[in-house]
Structures are given as structure tokens and as C-alpha cells.
Design a protein around this ligand. Structure first.
Ligand code: ATP
Length: 245
């Protein structure tokens, strides 16, 4: 269980995280919907240990993460733009985290080959990142983040730069692998449909405050999320465009 209590962060007089609390059971995905500038990235970076908080605590399985440095925290932040090692092949990018952890070579080989299959990137294993498409690069970054089974995966608009088709295929891939590897994740998105698709639980962030809902229905029903309006819009559009002979 990930337990976050009363996180607070301000830049001068500007409060960016305002008493943020949540509990997320292991293996669940929390979809966090919010507009630009509401503090979503700050929340994820705080969890990853990439910035210092003014107050609050972060616990994993009852253990405090507050004094644990970022590289030992195993709460991995996945950037919107995939950050890969440009001089390493896809295979070596995937193997990197396992090699740092000094896993036996046979295990590294076996895990990377399996991950290449999961990502459908077998034929690209020896390519450098610059020879991949944006969607393929994002898949490598995703695979590299989950291959060593981090405690929590922190996804910051991970598919925002992809075209609609690649985005849909990444969403399906994320859902399949999240279930298979029992991934605990915070998935931040601007997109209502994406939030509904990937989340087991739902939250809405505005002006540094995080509202966590007790159910999907409660998330949809809250007018501030804009979910109901957007669903109504798509439904109206569908009715308008339905072909009637
Ligand atoms: N280092 C910093 N110094 C001062 N203000 C900052 C700093 N980092 C972020 N902010 C401010 O904090 C607020 C929240 O930023 P954050 O990056 O968390 O937003 P966000 O919700 O992720 O937005 P977006 O969706 O546009 O990425 C913004 O108003 C931003 O300008």
C-alpha cells in the first residue's frame, strides 16, 4: 500500500501541493485528471524523490520513504518525452536497470528478451533510439521502467505526444502489462477518456488539492472534473453521426 499524508509544497507564496493525501493498494492504478499547472508533475516528482517537500510523509508498505534517496526509492518517474540512452541499443536500454542491480547475465538476457516480446520490439532490439519512431521510443522507456518491477510507476502524461492510433495502442499495452506485472501506478493525464480507461481508482487535481473518489461513478458525477460533460458531448456527437437510412 502506498500511503501519502498531507504533502505540502510552495514556491515562494505559491502553494503547489496543498495537504495532498491518498492511499493506493498495491497493484492498482490511480488515474489523476487535472488541468495544466494544477501541480500534477510536482506531485509525481515529490513521490519519486526528485524534489524536496515542505511537509508531509510518503510510506510504502508501512516503511517511510521520506529519507530514502531517489535512486533507492524505486518509485520510477516516466517522462512524457522518453529519456533513453542515445548511445545504447534498445536491448541495452532495457537491460540497463538490471545490470545496475548486478543481476546475473543469464537473467538479464531472459528478462530483456521477454520484455522485447511484450513490447513487440523484437526486430528493433539492436537499433539505437534515434532510429525508432516516437511510439517505439515510448514503449522502450515504458519497458525499461517496469522491467525491474518498481514499487510505484509514476506516469506523467506518458502518451500525450503520440498520434491517436499510437496512443490507443500504448493504452492497451499499459493495461495489459499493468495487470500482468501487478503494477502500482499514478497515471496523470489531461484526457478524460484516458483516465477512465486506465484507472482502477480516480482522482482530480485542481490548484494543488487532490480529491480522491470512492468510486468511478463518484468521479464521473462530480461536476468539477468535467467528465460528465465530456461523456455527454461524445454521446451527442455519436447520435448526430449515426447513419440512418
Ligand atoms: N521550480 C519551480 N519554481 C517555481 N514555480 C514552479 C516550479 N515548478 C513548478 N512551478 C509552478 O507550480 C505549478 C504547478 O506546476 P506543475 O509542473 O506541477 O504543473 P502540472 O499540473 O504538471 O502542469 P502541466 O500539466 O502543464 O505539466 C505551476 O504554476 C508552475 O508554474
Amino acid at each position: 500500500m502506498l500511503t501519502i499524508q498531507n504533502l505540502h509544497k510552495a514556491y515562494q507564496t505559491h502553494t503547489v501541493l496543498d495537504q495532498v493525501s491518498l492511499e493506493l493498494p498495491q497493484g492498482q492504478v490511480l488515474a489523476v485528471l487535472g488541468r495544466s499547472g494544477c501541480g500534477k508533475t510536482t506531485l509525481l516528482k515529490a513521490l519519486a524523490g526528485l524534489l524536496t517537500l515542505d511537509a508531509g510523509s510518503i510510506n510504502w508498505a508501512g516503511e517511510s520513504m521520506d529519507a530514502v534517496p531517489s535512486r533507492e526509492r524505486e518509485m520510477v518517474y516516466l517522462f512524457q518525452e522518453p529519456l533513453l540512452f542515445p548511445h545504447l541499443s534498445v536491448f541495452e536500454n532495457l537491460a540497463y536497470g538490471l545490470r545496475v542491480r548486478k543481476e546475473a547475465e543469464a537473467q538479464v538476457q531472459q528478462k530483456v528478451v521477454q520484455m522485447l516480446q511484450e513490447l513487440e520490439l523484437q526486430e528493433h532490439a539492436q537499433k539505437k533510439p534515434s532510429h525508432l519512431s516516437g511510439g517505439q521510443r515510448q514503449r522502450v522507456a515504458f519497458g525499461r521502467a517496469i522491467i525491474f518491477l518498481p514499487r510505484v510507476l509514476l506516469l506523467d502524461e506518458p502518451f500525450a505526444s503520440l498520434d491517436a492510433q499510437s496512443r490507443a495502442s500504448m493504452q492497451r499495452l499499459f493495461l495489459r502489462l499493468a495487470r500482468k506485472y501487478n503494477i502500482t501506478a499514478l497515471f496523470v493525464t489531461h484526457e478524460v477518456k484516458e483516465a477512465l480507461l486506465v484507472g482502477d481508482r480516480f482522482a482530480y487535481m485542481a490548484a494543488g488539492k487532490l480529491q480522491v473518489y470512492t468510486s468511478k461513478d463518484a468521479f464521473i458525477a462530480d461536476p468539477q472534473t468535467g467528465v460528465r460533460d465530456e461523456l455527454a458531448f461524445w454521446s451527442a456527437l455519436e447520435q448526430q453521426t449515426t447513419y440512418q437510412p
